[in-house]
Design a binder for this molecule. Structure first.
Ligand code: GRF
Length: 219
C-alpha cells in the first residue's frame, strides 16, 4: 500500500532541490507532503519556495544552540512536532547527530558517486572540481540514508552522468543536478511505496507489487 510520506525538508542554500521536490509532488510523481521546511539561517535564498507554497518554516541556527547534541535535538524536536516520517536534507550544510528514532529516516543527496569525492568539506562545486582534477570519466549523484558521519550511510540509489573533457565545475554541476532532480524523487517514491528496507549498510529495493490479472487468480 502506497503511503503519503510526511517529510521535513532541511535547506541552507538556493533551494533548487526543495523546488524540485515541490514540483514533483505537485505533478503526482512523489507521494509526499512537505510538512515543514527547516533552514539553517534566516537569510537562506531557498526559503522563498516554502513561502510561495505556504509551507511552515522553522529557522534553527547553529550559533543559537549550545552543543551539537542540543542543536540536533532542536531540529529533530521540530520534526517530531510536525510528525515527520522522514527528513530530507536538501543542500543542508550543518552536521547533525541522528537520534535513535530517526535512524534510516534521514536522507541526503550528494553530487558524486559515493565513496568518491565525499566527506567533510566536499560540497557544491568543490566536489566537481575534485572530480575533474582526478580525471574521472563518469560522475553522478548518490541518495543515501544519513548516519553519524559525513556521506557514509547506506546508499539508496545512484545515477551516473558522463564527464566531458571540456567540462568545467559548472557544466558538470548542471549535468549532475539534472540527475539529482530524478534520483531524489525516485528514492522518495520508492520509500512511499514501502519498497525500501535497510540491513546493516545495504539497502534492499523490493520489486514493484503488481496486482495479478483476474484470470491469473486461482479461485
Ligand atoms: C547539490 O549539490 C546537492 O547535491 C547538495 O546540495 C546542492 C543543492 O543545493 N546536497 P540547493 O538545493 O541548490 O540549495
Amino acid at each position: 500500500m502506497k503511503k503519503k510520506l510526511r517529510i521535513a525538508v532541511f535547506i541552507s542554500g538556493t533551494g533548487r532541490t526543495l523546488k524540485n521536490i515541490i514540483e514533483r509532488i505537485s505533478a503526482g510523481k512523489v507521494s509526499a507532503e512537505i510538512v515543514a521546511v527547516i533552514s539553517s539561517a534566516a537569510n537562506v535564498v531557498g526559503l522563498q519556495y516554502a513561502e510561495e507554497e505556504s509551507i511552515p518554516v522553522e529557522i534553527i541556527e547553529r550559533s543559537q544552540c549550545g552543543s551539537l547534541k542540543e542543536f540536533s535535538e532542536a531540529n529533530f524536536n521540530v520534526c517530531r512536532s510536525y510528525q515527520a516520517d522522514y527528513v530530507v536534507l536538501a543542500g543542508y550544510l550543518r552536521f547533525l547527530e541522528i537520534p535513535k528514532d530517526f535512524e534510516n529516516r534521514v536522507l541526503n543527496i550528494h553530487p558524486s558517486l559515493i565513496p568518491a569525492f565525499c566527506g567533510k568539506g566536499y560540497y557544491g562545486n568543490i566536489v566537481h572540481s575534485k572530480a575533474l582534477e582526478y580525471g574521472v570519466r563518469v560522475s553522478g549523484c548518490t541518495v543515501h540514508f544519513v548516519d553519524q558521519d559525513y556521506d557514509r550511510g547506506p546508499i539508496i540509489l545512484q545515477r551516473t552522468v558522463e564527464v566531458y573533457e571540456d567540462d568545467t565545475p559548472d557544466t558538470l554541476n548542471d549535468r549532475v543536478f539534472a540527475a539529482e532532480c530524478l534520483a531524489y524523487p525516485e528514492a522518495l517514491e520508492l520509500i512511499a511505496e514501502g519498497r525500501v528496507s535497510v540491513k546493516g549498510r545495504k539497502v534492499k529495493i523490493a520489486p514493484p507489487t503488481t496486482s495479478p490479472r483476474r484470470d491469473e487468480i486461482d479461485f
